[in-house]
Design a protein around this ligand. Structure first.
Ligand code: HEM
Ligand SMILES: *[C@@H]1O[C@H](CO)[C@@H](O)[C@H](O)[C@H]1NC(C)=O
Ligand SMILES: *[C@@H]1O[C@H](CO)[C@@H](O)[C@H](O)[C@H]1NC(C)=O
Length: 295
């Protein structure tokens, strides 16, 4: 998996302390209005995952980007040139078709009932679970936003991949010194340089958590400890005293125990993140198609 996850925890836990309670969400929101909702999302995610396990990382990232731009209201799913989906930090987002498939099935089963924002939150949970990560109960009852906005943000890297384009500047002429980023482990530098030649194709994909890209685990933290974070922002977790302690803890040798702790904290962080600025009750709407606000 990628370096994605650690940063995720640190940032999300902090950012969401103000959230969570009193969000208006509840467990089992669809238990009478659409009792099969959870099972439909699960089987849809599973059938995509069986064809392409990298879809799990994409779904997690999609949910994260949704929540960090005006709340978890499905706005990241809206298409159009001025939409959030086209904003620079959102390029490379994938997995829209999984949400669209689940939505189509749910509209035939329970029309106008299940929000795109809830489908995405549940799909992200199922994606982590299918990657051997922790599972948790997703409180539901989100409604979809009617506005799409473009804005910055992102962070969760123990699964997933990135393009050479996003980190090649670290490999050859970092900050115009003529040499590589000194925080990169020497042997790893050689490996990255051969994966991403100086004038090679920028769209070549490299795992964010090299050696463990499709497993949700603590290998990401060991990589960061060893100077093997792919993104500069991930490697910087080792440069700061506070975040270094977190990395050391998760990367520690008492494997089972610390693995469990990471899973435990990740679960809590996800539940908090998934309730950031949600719309409930009579706010927002239930979109018919996830890529478009209702007419
Ligand atoms: C400030 C924080 C963050 C930054 C700067 C950041 C940056 C990035 C970048 C540059 C990529 C590669 C995109 C590409 O090559 O197309 C990426 C991928 C990814 N990010 Fe983040 N990220 C952040 C936070 C998060 C958080 C909080 C999560 C999860 C909760 C997350 C989950 C992921 C995942 C799963 C991928 C892989 C996606 C895939 O394989 O398609 N990121 N991130
Ligand atoms: C690195 O970049 C700087 C600024 O663009 C340039 O002047 C220098 O020649 C480059 N060095 C190498 C080794 O490419
Ligand atoms: C670089 O990687 C090697 C092999 O994984 C590891 O043994 C070593 O401790 C790393 N070096 C640093 C400075 O982290």
């Amino acid at each position: 998996m990628g370096a994605f996850w650690l940063v995720f925890i640190v940032n999300i836990v902090m950012a969401s302390l103000v959230q969570g309670q009193g969000s208006g969400l509840q467990n089992g929101f669809y238990s009478s209005s659409c009792p099969k909702a959870g099972a439909v999302v699960r089987s849809t995610v599973e059938s995509h995952f069986n064809k392409d396990p990298t879809i799990a990382a994409a779904l997690l990232r999609l949910h994260f980007h949704d929540c960090f731009v005006q709340g978890c209201d499905g706005s990241v799913l809206i298409s159009g040139s001025s939409a959030e989906r086209s904003a620079l930090p959102n390029l490379g987002l994938r997995g829209f078709e999984v949400i669209d498939d689940a939505k189509a099935l749910l509209e035939s089963l329970c029309p106008g009932v299940v929000s795109c924002a809830d489908i995405l939150a549940v799909a992200a949970r199922d994606a982590v679970d299918l990657s051997d990560g922790p599972s948790w109960t997703v409180p539901t009852g989100r409604r979809d936003g009617r506005v799409s906005s473009s804005s910055q943000t992102s962070r969760a890297h123990t699964i997933g991949q990135t393009d050479c384009l996003f980190f090649r500047y670290r490999l050859y002429n970092f900050t115009t010194t003529g040499s590589a980023d000194p925080t990169i482990n020497q042997s790893f530098l050689t490996q990255l340089q051969s994966l991403c030649p100086r004038n090679g194709d920028g769209s070549i994909k490299v795992g964010l958590d090299i050696g463990s890209e499709t497993k949700f685990d603590v290998s990401f933290f060991k990589n960061v400890r060893d100077g093997k974070g792919v993104l500069e922002s991930d490697q910087r977790l080792w440069g700061d005293d506070g975040t270094r302690r977190v990395v050391e803890n998760y990367a520690g040798n008492v494997r089972g125990l610390l693995g469990l702790r990471f899973d435990y904290e990740f679960r809590k962080a996800m539940i908090k993140m998934s309730s950031i600025e949600v719309k409930t009750g009579s706010d927002g709407e239930i979109r018919k198609t996830c890529s478009k606000i209702n007419k």
